[in-house]
Ligand binder design. Structure first.
Ligand code: URA
Length: 247
């Protein structure tokens, strides 16, 4: 970002603070400050460097995160990642202004309405594609609660690389399953097919009653992030997505 400049009205409009006209009025009213100094000219160019969010304020409040934001959310059950499903969207859990940003914040892949846990959101298209690309083998780990006790052969079947899901013509990549207790398993996938975890357990005669994603790469959902809460990821957090912990 360093070396780049941006017009103040454009930056704030893109962050959802209002139209260019509204930003002009905010500036004229002395409500925008940089390093404590009032900025009255909404058309002035300012250096777009990472420190800007902490130095620029609107109505005395620190600026929202600059473009290039990456969030991790503890998605609760009952909210959806897509308008194609009914129910409130995960975006309704973000501050209202953040929903008006351009570039918009999107989910990185999806979790079903009934699945909870680690969901990434970003306005960084390149990062999004790097994580969800079919060539990406970023492991994702889920905790599945099951209707019936495990039989004992599931881990071998899931690791085989020959399991075929109903209606598909390509076998699943090998997946790792660890037993948590007799009705709970941890499943690590390196691909993301439609309802994959639920369909894998259906293929071995079981039924998932609750599903929770606990990690993506080496990034684990922190225990203190309550359902519905989100946190900004810093560079170290983002790097963890692509780091694979030795198993
Ligand atoms: N597998 C599923 O079945 N559902 C999800 O939301 C994610 C993986």
């Amino acid at each position: 970002m360093s070396g780049k400049t941006i017009r103040l009205d454009r930056l704030l409009a893109n962050l959802g603070y209002g139209s260019r006209r509204e930003i002009l009025l905010l500036a004229r009213a002395g409500r925008i400050r940089l390093d404590g100094e009032i900025l009255r000219d909404a058309e002035q160019k300012i250096a777009l460097d990472p420190s800007l969010a902490a130095r620029l304020s609107v109505d005395g409040e620190e600026l929202d995160p600059l473009p290039g934001v990456v969030l991790m959310m503890n998605k609760p059950v009952g909210v959806t990642c897509s308008r194609k499903e009914s129910g409130p969207l995960v975006f309704s859990l973000l501050p209202e202004r953040w929903r008006r940003r351009d570039p918009a914040i999107s989910t990185v892949g999806r979790l079903d309405k009934d699945t909870s846990g680690l969901l990434l959101l970003t306005d960084n298209g390149a990062l999004l594609h790097r994580i969800i690309s079919p060539r990406s083998s970023t492991p994702k780990t889920y905790r599945a609660t099951l209707d019936r006790p495990l039989r004992g052969d599931e881990a071998k079947i899931f690791a085989s690389g020959v399991l075929m899901l109903e209606g598909e013509d390509k076998p699943l990549l090998p997946a790792r399953m660890d037993v948590w207790d007799e009705r709970t398993a941890l499943l690590t996938l390196r691909e993301g097919r439609y309802h994959q975890v639920r369909r894998m357990f259906a293929a071995v005669g079981n039924h998932v009653t609750a599903l929770h994603r606990i990690s993506i790469g080496a990034l684990a959902l922190p225990g203190d992030l309550a359902p519905g809460e989100f946190a900004l990821l810093d560079a170290e957090g983002i790097a963890r997505i692509f780091r694979v912990e030795p198993s």
